[in-house]
Design a protein around this ligand. Structure first.
Ligand code: AMP
Ligand code: MG
Length: 499
């Protein structure tokens, strides 16, 4: 018998019985491999010759459980739009198992859209092709942008329709993650007062993501701090690239610090801090500029689950001491976030370290300028690199009145003179490596998904994906993907949860 294409080593299944339901993926009528991520397969040490063919199609559609897999649906809870749901869990996903990648990192392999599970509630456990390809495009774009994210390994068509407002082609996504531990995983057991299980989960999370903290005296407080620091860094990266997640419920906030669950997410076009695209986010809870605040709110929910662990068995007074310590971490979040944001903004502005207050104001005033003149966020930053190379025309042409940016540009240029040439090819090149030319523009994503879903034509999806994998290149082939949508299109753009 041939060796399994995966060398599974399943710690979640082994170490955390009672945290999941063992389950099998549903069989589908006609598996076909629509997308296979060869580069990622190699990174994971998988055998692409087996996977990139009929056997891969059968595995990625859920029809064939590969040897060594122990498919399971994970239990989790979560605060959705602020309200607590004690039982969510993998309603349409199954963890197949874990592999160790070429760099020695443990990675989860998960099917999404693989049928009903004990956590499905009213849902059908299935996924439509469009939203699964959307997750591929955005996750792979985020990865190319250097932002921690789950990855997309494969998409298999199922050959059966899924019924939403109308029948749509069905598909299964294979997703790869550092882990699928969520704030909501902790909430699930905390809400049931299963403190021993919360401790087991925290120990598992420490071993997996912060192994150097294992066995240290204040490890649970340190875990909270690490998760908060990872989320602070992540929020800064989202903000600096104009990403709006759209559904930052605590079941979608990871312990690893990776971005997860690309449902109603979208990228900013014309800069607007209040931007909301999700059709169900009526109050703007997950608006662009609210994201760091909401991340902190989610971390406070994690902190609550960890309080008994932080307090330990030290009796009276220990709990209030733990509350004080956890509060300090949550209160430090805005500073961590601000520091990470400024670091990223300085790189985008092409500045070396300088006076924090001045540089914060410089970046804030730049954003205000983009906002007031409805300048495209991505192009605004990108054309600043041309200005650094001595050509301000492309930047000025983004503004309705070309002189609108003059005063700010003069300030930026004078700040640049602190020890470095304000205009230099070297500086411009550095800026072009952090200010992307190509992001997943909403109209391009929709166009690619509709061709795939309505006409069975994957060519636009493939072309867009290729462009997104080289976000900092601005070649002829890339040019069409750098253009914003017309303002009317963006004004009416609405996204939906990826069910
Ligand atoms: P999400 O919006 O993808 O983060 O999912 C939130 C919750 O709804 C999770 O518990 C999912 O497993 C569940 N869910 C989403 N779509 C479906 C579906 N089609 N069938 C069953 N459960 C689903
Ligand atoms: Mg989710």
């Amino acid at each position: 018998m041939a060796a399994s294409p995966f060398q599974f080593d399943n710690t979640y299944a082994r170490d955390l019985p009672g945290f999941y339901a063992p389950w099998k993926p549903a069989s589908v009528p006609s598996p076909s491999l629509l997308f296979f991520n060869l580069e990622l397969a190699l990174e994971l040490g998988l055998d692409p010759d087996v996977l990139n063919g009929p056997e891969g199609a059968a595995i990625f559609a859920g029809n064939l459980v590969p040897e060594g897999a122990e498919p399971l649906a994970q239990a989790y809870a979560g605060h959705q739009f602020g309200a607590f749901s004690p039982q969510l869990g993998d309603g349409r996903a199954l963890l197949l198992g874990e592999v160790i990648d070429r760099l020695g990192r443990r990675r989860d392999i998960m099917l999404k859209g693989s049928g009903r599970t004990p956590f499905s509630r009213g849902g059908d456990g299935k996924a439509a092709l469009g939203p699964m390809l959307r997750e591929v495009l955005i996750a792979e774009a985020m990865h190319a942008l250097g932002i921690p994210t789950t990855r997309a390994l494969a998409v298999a068509g199922t050959g059966e329709p899924v019924y939403r407002q109308r029948p749509l082609p069905g598909a299964v996504l294979t997703r790869v993650a550092a882990s699928h531990l969520r704030v909501g995983t902790f909430e699930f057991f905390s809400a049931r007062s299963e403190t021993q299980r919360v401790r087991q989960l925290a120990d598992y999370a420490l071993a997996r993501h912060d192994p150097e903290l294992v066995g240290t005296p204040d490890r649970y407080l340190a875990l909270l701090q690490r998760v908060a620091q990872r989320q602070a860094a992540l929020m800064a990266q989202w903000m600096n690239v104009g990403f709006i997640h759209g559904v930052m419920n605590t079941d979608n906030v990871t312990i690893s610090g990776e971005t997860i669950d690309y449902g109603p997410c979208a990228f900013l076009e014309a800069y607007n801090p209040d931007a909301v695209f999700s059709s169900i986010d009526h109050g703007g809870r997950y608006a662009y500029s609210n994201q760091p605040l909401i991340a902190r709110w989610g971390l406070a929910r994690l902190a609550e689950t960890l309080l008994p662990l932080i307090a330990g068995d030290e009796g009276q007074g220990a709990l209030s001491k733990a509350i004080g310590q956890a509060t300090e971490v949550i209160d430090a979040f805005p500073e961590w976030y601000a520091a990470a944001l400024l670091r990223g903004q300085r790189e985008k502005l092409g500045l070396q370290a300088g006076d924090d207050q001045e540089d914060r104001a410089l970046a804030a005033d730049w954003l205000t300028l983009l906002h007031h003149h409805r300048v495209d966020f991505t192009l605004g930053w990108r054309r600043l690199a041309d200005a650094a190379a001595g050509d301000e025309r492309p930047l000025r042409s983004l503004f309705p009145q070309p002189q609108a940016a003059d005063a700010w540009l003069a300030r930026w240029r004078s700040r640049g003179e602190g020890g470095q040439a304000p205009e230099s090819g070297e500086r411009a090149e550095r800026m072009r490596r952090v200010n992307p030319a190509v992001i997943p523009r909403n109209h391009r994503v929709e166009e690619a998904l509709s061709a795939a879903s309505e006409q069975g034509d994957l060519a636009p999806f493939r072309r867009l994906l290729t462009a997104l994998q080289r976000p900092y290149d601005e070649t002829q082939e890339q040019a069409e993907y750098t253009e914003p949508a017309r303002a009317e299109v963006t004004a009416d753009y609405r996204t939906f949860c990826g069910t």
